[in-house]
Design a protein around this ligand. Sequence first.
Ligand SMILES: NC(=O)c1ccc[n+]([C@@H]2O[C@H](COP(=O)([O-])OP(=O)(O)OC[C@H]3O[C@@H](n4cnc5c(N)ncnc54)[C@H](O)[C@@H]3O)[C@@H](O)[C@H]2O)c1
Length: 438
Amino acid sequence: MIEKGVEIPPAAGKVGVLLPGMGAVSTTLIAGVIAIRKGLAKPIGSLTQMGTLRLGKRTERRVPKIKDFVPLASLDDLVFGGWDIFEDDCYEIARKAGVLEGRLLDQLRPELEAIRPWKAVFDPQYVKRLRGTHVKSGKHKMEQAEQIMEDIEQFRQSRGLSRMVMVWCGSTEIYMKANAVHQKLESLERAMRENDPAVPPSMVYAYAALRLGVPFANGAPNLTVDVPAFTEFAARKRIPVAGKDFKTGQTLVKTIIAPGLKARLIGLDGWFSTNILGNRDGEVLDDPESFKTKEESKLSVLEYILQPELYPDLYSKFHHLVRINYYPPRGDNKEGWDNIDIFGWLGYPMQLKIDFLCRDSILAAPLVLDLVLFLDLAQRAGMGGIQEWLSFYFKSPMCAPELYPEHDLFIQLMKLKNTLRHLRGEELITHLGLEYYD
Ligand SMILES: NC(=O)c1ccc[n+]([C@@H]2O[C@H](COP(=O)([O-])OP(=O)(O)OC[C@H]3O[C@@H](n4cnc5c(N)ncnc54)[C@H](O)[C@@H]3O)[C@@H](O)[C@H]2O)c1
């Protein structure tokens, strides 16, 4: 375990933000950071920029901003680069994604036009609904990984970067389970040289990042870095990794509501969640194999939060269904409905209905920013391997093999803030409170 109050080197120098997949989320992040730097908008939704944490007793009234408490890189020091299977520059991508207004994008146009994706490692076998021409060739997957490493090194040198972080913002790949190939780095490397289908493109990027000591987070539900070969290597080399699948719209709401129902011991008969969305992510998820990856990620949440084994009378028989329908007229502005059948005292039934008219990439962009800054902090603090304290950001948080993931948003937040307190040598907050009444 990392020691309490560890020495953390300052966040001096430029930080490269490497984004495999430059679509709606990536460009909303990049445009957002540039707009914030110019004073055109505020970093709403970002814990690193707006969040605070309490230190010591409530009577001490010490509540610094997180960014003043731990040494985080400044937004001015972030430099963006990435890969995509389409050649458009970030201005064109953002225009087509239709998340941000043209008026705002026009004010950021020169900066956005200057960011052009590098050629991607891509194989339509893993994302069936997409075809792109802006892709690398290579004899095998190891050669492709070497090309990614060359892109990264070239970026590091040409932009004078001190450190880097990679966040997968590419499309959701088909459902895959870890197998023997993924257990050891040597077997994975052999599989890459043999073009084994067990290595999807997202793993090629993760491999390249880890080989160069670059922290890696996975914003999609793909397996990617969540395999022993990578997590063990990352722990050994002290490279932070985190995942999977940004917790944004419906699952965010689910992990807010479900702990509340459980806290009051209100029973659950069923939870039906359905969504319509019309962006490219929705189109990719229209393919049953990509949807399966997403479905697994979305379904696991309730079982873990409600703990049916501990509360059989309340949660042993609930029906949980999740649907996503691709519906182009909505673009990135997703609508998610939840119908929740609950029961109270003496088993009397009640219902809860939620209609969340959300904006997917608006919810995701601040999470990517926070992950970049926190992973960079973690690396400077010497924290390697799975960063469970960043579970707050994910639908399927990665955790040690002997543990179950923590899904309750409020426990996740406490874990995150207590980790920051620990790093700075402050007392952890237990919320006991009895000491005020002695
Ligand atoms: N927006 C959210 O709220 C949210 C929440 C959770 C997860 N996610 C996930 O984040 C990812 C990005 O979402 P988005 O809305 O930006 O999707 P998007 O379709 O707009 O962007 C994804 C981009 O990745 C590119 N791509 C696909 N395979 C690639 C590869 N191998 N290499 C490089 N580029 C590749 C695509 O061409 C596309 O431009 C998706 O996997 C999505 O499921 C998004």
